[in-house]
Design a protein around this ligand. Structure first.
Ligand code: DAH
Length: 345
């Protein structure tokens, strides 16, 4: 029996020695010290021993158990430390590794141009007015001197929702709405940026949805020269001090007289090239003196008040400013296009 115990001790210590991980070690513990293990088995046979032998065997068995248990504990400590060391090693952070660059977005080129135009006019004392994109026929057309059946309505193919409600075809209805709110008292000095909609087929220069900025000044003694001076400041600030503007007679139902405004070509300096189609000038916006009917319909006395208005397309301004050849670039949001404007002020 004594030999058997010594054998078991050797065997167990050997297995503890070679155990590779905590799982294997636990298997050794269960196998040798567990209730069904060989040492318990040996102890069960103690009944057959003499009274003198029994305490000796008992002490030996305890010593064997103790030795195995201590060895397991020591090995367990070692394995646990190893496991911690391994985990720490695997989680080491190399602080010298270069970081991954964070991709930062930028404002959309159209947003930038709109904000630039807004800032410019705010600097001249204008405030920003907004109106609904889903608009009443009255404000979109009638209040702007475009009664039902007026041929100029054809210029603006519209998305109608009902007979009386449509997606606004221009930002001019904000003029009418703002004047109405002023209840016949000036001054009114606003610009109205926003989205507009037309039933156009999309191509390089047309889009079914685009943006416009409307301008309106109403006060006593507002003259055509005020309009011209304002637009000259705008064109020079937007495109460069060397640029000139010219006004050409035109027609809009809501202004009288009406003009189309051109800026001198930045490519050829006015001599004529392919960009300006040989004319030296590029059209940038429509404008005019607010039609007396429009003033009257909005509650202003047209004998006391006069005003000027203008309407421009920020897409067109941005295309001219940055040499963009297709309006669809603004809406498809290809990052390769957008990223070029990140640094642009
Ligand atoms: N609403 C016009 C358009 O969409 C643009 C315009 C022209 C606005 C002349 C005006 C203006 O205020 O005076 O084509």
């Amino acid at each position: 029996m004594q030999e058997r115990l010594q054998e078991l001790k050797q065997e167990a210590l050997q297995k503890v020695e070679v155990a590779l991980d905590l799982k294997q070690l636990n298997e050794v513990r269960v196998a040798y010290l567990g209730k069904k293990g060989p040492i318990t088995e040996v102890l069960r046979g103690m009944g057959t021993l003499s009274a003198e032998e029994r305490p000796i065997m008992g002490a030996l068995a305890n010593e064997v158990r103790e030795a195995i248990s201590t060895a397991i504990q020591e090995k367990q400590d070692i394995l646990e430390k190893e496991a911690v060391a391994k985990k720490l090693a695997s989680e080491t952070i190399d602080v010298t590794l270069p970081g991954r660059p964070v991709k930062v977005g930028g404002a959309h080129p159209l947003t930038k141009v709109i904000e630039e135009i807004e800032d410019l006019f705010i600097g001249m004392g204008y405030t920003i007015a907004e109106g609904p994109e889903v608009e009443r026929d009255y404000y979109n057309f009638e209040a702007l001197n475009l009664p039902k059946g007026h041929p100029a309505r054809d210029m603006q193919d519209s998305f109608y929702i009902t007979d009386e409600i449509l997606l606004r075809t221009h930002t001019s209805p904000v003029q009418a709405r703002t004047m109405e709110k002023h209840e016949g008292k000036g001054p009114v000095k606003i610009i109205c940026p926003g989205k507009v909609y037309r039933r156009d087929n999309d191509d390089a220069t047309h889009s079914h949805q685009f943006t416009q900025i409307e301008g309106l000044v109403v006060d006593k003694n507002i003259r055509m020269s005020d309009l011209k001076g304002t637009l000259e400041v705008f064109a020079k600030k937007m495109f460069g001090d060397e640029r000139e503007i010219r006004l050409r007679p035109s027609f809009f139902p809501f202004t009288e007289p009406s003009v189309e405004v051109d800026v001198s070509c930045g490519m050829c300096g006015g001599n004529g090239c392919s960009i300006c189609k040989g004319t030296g000038w590029i059209e940038i916006l429509g404008a005019g003196m607010v039609h007396p009917n429009v003033l009257e319909m909005a509650g202003f006395d047209s004998k006391v008040y006069t005003g000027f208005a203008f309407g421009m397309g920020p897409e067109r301004i941005a295309m001219l400013k940055y040499g963009i050849d297709d309006i669809r670039h603004f809406y498809t949001n290809d990052v390769r296009f957008l990223q070029q404007f990140k640094q642009v002020k």
